[in-house]
Design a protein around this ligand. Structure first.
Ligand code: PMP
Ligand code: GLU
Length: 387
C-alpha cells in the first residue's frame, strides 16, 4: 500500500539548490563518459594545502574522533577571534560558533532570527541559498537589484534607503559577492551601517570570499562603528583553504545571538567534526602562502575570462573577488535557463542560470577551473553561438 506523505508547508516554499543541482547534472554526465567542462559549483580545483591535510590525519590518529563542545573547540574559537580582531572586529572566543560549513551558520542564524512574515532584505544577484533559508524560516523577501549598477551597492544606496524600515528584521550582505565577484566599497558599507543603526536592523555579513580578492581590500562590516553589536559575521574554510568537503565554517556575533543560535546548533548538528576543527586551526595559523598562490591563480583566470568574453564582444564588470563571473545571455524570459540548458546539453559546459540568484539574463560561471579547461569551455560556448 502506498503511503500518502503530508509534507510541511515550509519545504514546499523552496526548490533544491540550483548550484548543487547543476553540479549534480555535470557529475552524472561525467559518469556517463561525457567530457564536461564543469563551471557550475563554486569549488576550488586545488587540493587542500598539505599542512592542513596532515593535521587532520594526525588528529584522527591521535584519537580526536569524538564530539567537541557544541560551539566548537576553544583553540579554534580563539584562532577565529584573533583572526577577526586582525580585521578590526571586536570578538572573543565566546562570540564564535563553529559549524559544519558556513551554510549551517547561515541557516541557524535565520532560524534564530526570522519568524513567519518577517521582512528579510537581499541584495540581488544574491547567492541562491539566502532566499531558500529565509523562506524556510518564513520570511517575506524584499530585494534590491544591483544588476543595473554594475553589481555595486554604493549606487543603489538610495534604493536601499527606500526599502529599509523599522519593520525590516534582517539584511544580508555578501562581499565579495557570489555570484558577481563584486566587492562593496567602504562608502557602501557605511551607508548600510547608517541605515541598520537608524532602523535597528540586524545584518548578516557573509565574508566567505574575503581572502579571495584581487584589486580590493574588503572591510569587515562589523569593524565599522555601531556594527559590532548588530552584525552576524559568517565565514568558512571551504573557499580560501580549498576545504569544501571538510565542512567547516563559523559565525561570530554578540552574546545574545550566540546563546539563541547555539540552541539550534546543539539540537541539529551537535558540533562540527573534531579532527576537522583541528585542521581548521592549522589553516588559520599557517597556510597564508598557499592561499596567496591560489588567489594569484584565480586572478589570472579572472583576467582570462574577462578577456575571452571581451573577444566575443561581451564586456563585463571585472570581478574584484571570489571566483565567479556573470555572463550576459540574450534578452528574453527564462533565456538564461535555456542558455544553461543548451550550454550543458550541446556544449557540455555547466553553468548556473542567473535566475537562481534572482538575476535572469545572466549565467554564472565559476572560474575555479584550470586555464586549459576555461579556454576549452569558452571555445565550446562560442561554437554553439552562446557567446
Ligand atoms: N556563502 C556563500 C556566499 C557561498 O558561496 C557558500 C558556498 N557554498 C557558502 C556561504 C557556504 O559555504 P560552506 O557551507 O561550504 O562553508
Ligand atoms: N556556494 C557554492 C556555489 O555557489 C557551492 C554550492 C552551494 O553551496 O551553493 O556554487
Amino acid at each position: 500500500m502506498s503511503h500518502e506523505w503530508n509534507f510541511a508547508e515550509r519545504v514546499g516554499r523552496v526548490e533544491p539548490s540550483a548550484t548543487v543541482a547543476v553540479g549534480n547534472k555535470a557529475s552524472e554526465l561525467t559518469e556517463q563518459g561525457v567530457d564536461v567542462v564543469d563551471l557550475s559549483v563554486g569549488e576550488p580545483d586545488f587540493p587542500t594545502p598539505k599542512r592542513i591535510r596532515e593535521t587532520g590525519q594526525q588528529a584522527i590518529e591521535a584519537g580526536h574522533t569524538g564530539y567537541t563542545s557544541s560551539n566548537g573547540l576553544l583553540e579554534l574559537r580563539k584562532a577565529v577571534s584573533t583572526d577577526l580582531k586582525g580585521k578590526g572586529v571586536a570578538c572573543e572566543p565566546d562570540n564564535v560558533i563553529v559549524s559544519p560549513g558556513a551554510k549551517q551558520s547561515l541557516f541557524e542564524t535565520m532560524q534564530a532570527l526570522v519568524d513567519e512574515g518577517d521582512e528579510v532584505v537581499l541584495l540581488d544577484p544574491a547567492w541562491v541559498s539566502y532566499e531558500a533559508m529565509a523562506k524556510i524560516a518564513g520570511a517575506d523577501l524584499t530585494r534590491i537589484d544591483l544588476g543595473q549598477h554594475e553589481f555595486q551597492l554604493e549606487p543603489a544606496l538610495d534604493e536601499l534607503t527606500a526599502a529599509l524600515s523599522n519593520e525590516t528584521q534582517l539584511l544580508v550582505v555578501n562581499s565579495p559577492s557570489n555570484p558577481t565577484g563584486a566587492v562593496f566599497s567602504d562608502a557602501a558599507l557605511k551607508g548600510v551601517r547608517d541605515l541598520a543603526v537608524e532602523h535597528g536592523i540586524t545584518v548578516i555579513s557573509d565574508e566567505i570570499y574575503d581572502r579571495i580578492v584581487y584589486d580590493a581590500d574588503p572591510t569587515s562590516l562589523a569593524s565599522l562603528d555601531g556594527m559590532a553589536e548588530r552584525t552576524v559575521t559568517v565565514n568558512g574554510f571551504s573557499k580560501a583553504y580549498a576545504m569544501t568537503g571538510w565542512r567547516l565554517g563559523y559565525l561570530a556575533a554578540p552574546e545574545p545571538l550566540v546563546s539563541q543560535v547555539s540552541k539550534v546548533h546543539s539540537h541539529s548538528v551537535t558540533c562540527a567534526a573534531n579532527f576537522v576543527q583541528r585542521a581548521g586551526v592549522e589553516a588559520l595559523r599557517s597556510v597564508e602562502t598557499e592561499v596567496a598562490e591560489m588567489v594569484a591563480a584565480f586572478e589570472n583566470r579572472r583576467d582570462l575570462v574577462v578577456d575571452l568574453l571581451a573577444d566575443r564582444g561581451k564586456e563585463i564588470p571585472r570581478p574584484e573577488g571570489a571566483f565567479y563571473a556573470m555572463i550576459p545571455t540574450e534578452e528574453g524570459p527564462n533565456d538564461d535557463m535555456e542558455w544553461c540548458d543548451r550550454a550543458i546539453e550541446d556544449a557540455h559546459v555547466a553553468a548556473v542560470p542567473g535566475t537562481a540568484f534572482n538575476a535572469p539574463g545572466y549565467a554564472r560561471i565559476s572560474y575555479a577551473a584550470s586555464e586549459g579547461r576555461l579556454r576549452e569551455g569558452f571555445s565550446r560556448l562560442a561554437e554553439e553561438g552562446l557567446i
